[in-house]
Design a protein around this ligand. Structure first.
Ligand code: ADP
Length: 399
C-alpha cells in the first residue's frame, strides 16, 4: 500500500510517498512560499534532488504539482494516481476530541475546525491541505494523525493548570502537549529495541529539535509532557522561551510599550537559545562553535538549555516513581554529543552512567549508557512520517 504523507503549513507543504509494506520512502519533497511570490518546489524521487521555481497561488496548486511530480514519466515514481492508496495528514491540534488518528469525513473536518481556536496558525493550514487533496483525489481514503493525540492519556493532575477551573470548563484551557507522533514512535521503538514489552517500562523521551518537548511514558501511555496548551511551554528551545513567570509578560510589555501579540512574538521567535545567546544563533551547531571560540553568552545558553532538560527529567522520574530508559531524539537529541553528555551529567543520582565512546554517534539507534548503568540511555532517531504512514494504514484497513 502506498501512502502519501502530507504536512501542510500556512505557506509550505512537506510530503513523502511511502510504500507502507516495505517501509521504503519512494519520493519526498517540499513546496515553499505557497501564496507568496518566489515559490519553490524541491523534489526527490529516487534520483537527484531537483529544485524548481514555480508560483503556487494556493495549496491546491501545490498538491497538483506534487501529484504531477510523483507521476512524471521521467522523475516520477508511480505510473498513475491510482497507485496512491491513502493519504495521511499531520494535524497539529485535535483538542480533547481526538485521542487517536481517525479516517477523515465531513464530521471529522468540522471537529478539527472546532479546534482551530487552540492552534490558529496551524490547524487552518492543515485543513487546507486536507481539502486540496480531497478536491484532487476525491476517492482516496484520508487519515488525520494528530500531534496532540498521544498525550490525551494524561490524567487531570498533569493537564490542569493552577487557574480558575471555569477557564477549563468554558474554553478548554489545559495542557495538550505536542510532538505526540514522535513521542509515541520513539517510546515504542525504545522498548522494541531493548527487546522489552512497553507495558513493563517507564520511559522518558527527550524530543530535542528546534522545537523541543519531553514526555513521561508509563507502561505505554503518556502521563505527562512539557509542552502545554501551545508549544511555547516547557523546555528552552531554538527560539521559544519555554517556562517563565507569566508576570514577565506584563512587566516587559509595560517597560517596552509592547502589545501582548508582540510579546508572544518575542517569546516564540526571539527567545530560547537564540535570545539567551544574545542573538548568536538558534542552531546548536553555531552555538557550539561560538562557545568553543570563547563566546561566553553562547556557553551560558547551552548550559541553561541542558539544565532545563535535566530538571524536566527529574520531574518525570518523580511523576512515574522511577524510570527504566531515557531516550534522546530529534535534531539535537540525535546529533549533539556534548548536549547529551551534559544533560546526563545531572543524572548520576539515578545510578545513570553514560559511556562516552558509545555516546560518540550521530543519528543512529544505540544504547549510550555503560553496562552497569541503572537506567538505560539511548538514541533513537524519530521518524514522524513513517509513523503517520503506519497509522494511516491501520485506520484505512480497519485495524
Ligand atoms: P525541527 O523542530 O525544526 O524539526 P530538528 O529536529 O531538525 O528541528 O532539529 C534542528 C536542530 O538540530 C538544530 O538546532 C541543529 O543545530 C540540530 N542539529 C542537527 N544536526 C546536528 C549536528 N550534527 N550536531 C549538532 N546539532 C545538530
Amino acid at each position: 500500500m502506498n501512502v502519501l504523507v502530507i504536512n501542510c503549513g500556512s505557506s509550505s507543504l512537506k510530503y513523502q510517498l511511502i510504500n507502507a509494506d516495505s517501509e521504503e520512502v519512494l519520493a519526498k519533497g517540499l513546496c515553499e512560499r505557497i501564496g507568496i511570490d518566489g515559490g519553490m518546489h524541491t523534489y526527490q524521487g529516487g534520483g537527484e534532488k531537483t529544485k524548481t521555481e514555480v508560483d503556487m497561488p494556493n495549496h491546491t496548486k501545490a498538491v497538483q504539482l506534487v501529484l504531477d511530480a510523483l507521476t512524471d514519466p521521467k522523475a516520477g515514481v508511480i505510473g498513475s494516481l491510482s497507485e496512491i492508496d491513502a493519504v495521511g495528514h499531520r494535524i497539529v491540534h485535535g483538542g480533547e476530541r481526538f485521542s487517536d488518528s481517525v479516517l477523515i469525513d465531513d464530521e471529522v473536518i468540522s471537529a478539527i475546525e472546532e479546534c482551530n481556536d487552540l492552534a490558529p496558525l496551524h490547524n487552518p493550514a492543515n485543513l487546507i491541505g486536507v481539502r486540496s487533496c480531497r478536491d484532487l483525489m476525491p476517492d482516496v481514503p484520508m487519515v488525520a494523525v494528530f500531534d496532540t493525540a498521544f498525550h490525551q492519556t494524561m490524567p487531570p493532575k498533569a493537564y490542569l493548570y493552577g487557574i480558575p477551573y471555569e477557564y477549563y470548563r468554558k474554553y478548554k484551557v489545559r495542557r495538550y502537549g505536542f510532538h505526540g507522533t514522535s513521542h509515541e514512535y520513539v517510546s515504542a521503538r525504545t522498548a522494541q529495541f531493548l527487546g522489552k514489552d512497553i507495558k513493563d517500562m517507564k520511559i522518558i523521551v527527550c524530543h530535542l529539535g528546534n522545537g523541543a518537548s519531553i514526555s513521561a511514558v508509563k507502561y505505554g501511555k503518556c502521563v505527562d509532557t512539557s509542552m502545554g496548551m501551545t508549544p511555547l511551554e516547557g523546555l528552552i528551545m531554538g527560539t521559544r522561551s519555554g517556562d517563565l513567570d507569566p508576570a514577565i509578560l506584563e512587566f516587559i510589555s509595560r517597560k517596552e510599550d509592547l502589545t501582548i501579540a508582540q510579546m508572544l512574538g518575542i517569546l516564540n521567535k526571539k527567545s530560547g537559545v537564540l535570545g539567551l545567546s544574545d542573538g548568536v544563533s538558534s542552531d546548536f551547531r553555531d552555538l557550539a562553535q561560538a562557545a568553543q571560540d570563547g563566546n561566553a553568552q553562547a556557553s551560558t545558553a547551552l548550559e541553561t538549555y541542558a539544565y532545563r532538560v535535566a530538571k524536566y527529567i527529574g520531574a518525570y522520574v518523580a511523576a512515574m516513581d522511577g524510570v527504566d530508559a531515557i531516550t534522546f531524539t530529534a535534531g539535537v537529541g540525535e546529533n549533539n554529543i556534548s548536549a547529551r553528555a551534559e544533560i546526563c551529567s545531572y543524572l548520576t543520582y539515578l545510578g545513570t552512567k553514560i559511556d562516552d565512546e558509545k555516546n560518540n554517534i550521530r543519528g543512529e539507534e544505540r544504547v549510550i549508557s555503560s553496562d552497569g548503568s541503572k537506567v538505560t540511555l539511548l538514541v533513537i532517531p524519530t521518524d514522524e512520517e513513517m509513523s503517520i504512514a503506519r497509522q494511516t494504514v491501520e485506520k484505512v484497513s480497519g485495524r
